[in-house]
Ligand binder design. Structure first.
Ligand SMILES: NC(=O)CCC(=O)C(=O)O
Length: 294
């Protein structure tokens, strides 16, 4: 059985709220939601924020909300909130400006309970799709992609996490890498929409949970009828057997769950797929030619 690194019991909260055009108001809301989540009993050990929680989700807007990391005001605010409240935070995502290459990235920053940055994930797979009569979106019009899988430990939580952002969930490799490096939890801040959300959101959460036998955390913005892009909502926690433990609707909300190491270990003991893989058969899958209908 592959070793999993997960606290015996970990309390998590997913903060589902929406952002508007006013960045200061968005950051005020972050503080309010974090305060609310921490008033919950039992107190959460980990808070997860949604994708693009301080900006509208719009390719022509990202530059107006972009910040340097870790110097920017959003990173500084989350660091202070983590430290003051002794809580770990997966900071959804924000548009990041990288001075060294002049690029914009869709980036998630993670803080330990001392307020230190312990990980940073830049969305690897940009959301470029076009569904006739449905939705067209092209993140690559203004964003650059990240270039690495993100796996990190929060020692205070005795837990190893994998982290990816939204569209990244469609590519199972990132979650598998995390799981094989000991992650007991895969977190996805993500803003699916009213076209792809109902079709795919829950299926992907369940798929990534059962194909790696770990917990999956999906944290979405709430739907905002006054805004442009309509997020799907439905933040959820899925267990290693694919059971949805908690699920929000599409309005602003906070959902809570307890994650347990025993549950992961039992799932992996009962059905030991992680040690039954046949890498002798498919270890070169990444070298296979792309077969495309396009
Ligand atoms: N923000 C995103 O990456 C959206 C992904 C999405 O909606 C999908 O269907 O995938």
């Amino acid at each position: 059985m592959s070793a999993v690194t997960l606290s015996k019991s970990l309390q998590v909260a997913l903060l589902q709220f929406h952002a508007g055009a006013d960045k200061a108001a968005n950051l005020k809301k972050v503080t309010e939601y974090i305060t609310r989540a921490l008033a919950h009993t039992p107190k959460p050990d980990l808070l997860v924020l949604p994708e693009c929680f301080q900006s509208p989700y719009a390719v022509d807007q990202f530059k107006n909300y972009a910040e340097k990391i870790p110097d920017g005001e959003t990173t500084q605010l989350l660091s202070q909130l983590a430290k003051k409240n002794r809580v770990a935070i997966i900071g959804g995502s924000i548009p990041e400006f990288d001075e060294s290459d002049g690029g914009l990235y869709n980036t998630s920053v993670v803080f330990n309970p001392a307020g230190e940055v312990v990980a940073k994930h830049r969305k690897v797979h940009l959301f470029d799709i076009s569904i006739p009569g449905g939705i067209t979106f092209k993140e690559s019009d203004s964003l650059k992609p990240g270039n690495k899988a993100t796996v990190f430990e929060v020692p205070e939580l005795e837990t190893v996490f994998g982290l990816a952002i939204c569209y990244d969930i469609r590519f199972p490799e990132l979650a598998m890498i995390a799981s094989r490096r000991g992650a007991g939890v895969m977190a996805y801040p993500g803003a699916f929409n009213t076209v792809t959300g109902p079709k795919f959101w829950t299926k992907f959460a369940v798929a990534r949970a059962i194909d790696n036998q770990n917990y999956v955390l999906m944290c979405s913005p709430a739907r905002n009828p006054a805004g442009g892009y309509q997020a799907y909502g439905h933040s959820m926690v899925v267990d290693p057997s694919g059971n949805v433990l908690v699920e929000a609707g599409h309005d602003e909300d906070i959902v809570y769950a307890e994650l347990q190491r025993d549950v992961v270990e039992e799932a992996r003991r009962n059905i030991p797929i992680s040690v039954q893989r046949r890498f002798d058969i498919y270890d070169d899958v990444s070298k296979d030619p792309v077969v495309s209908a396009l």
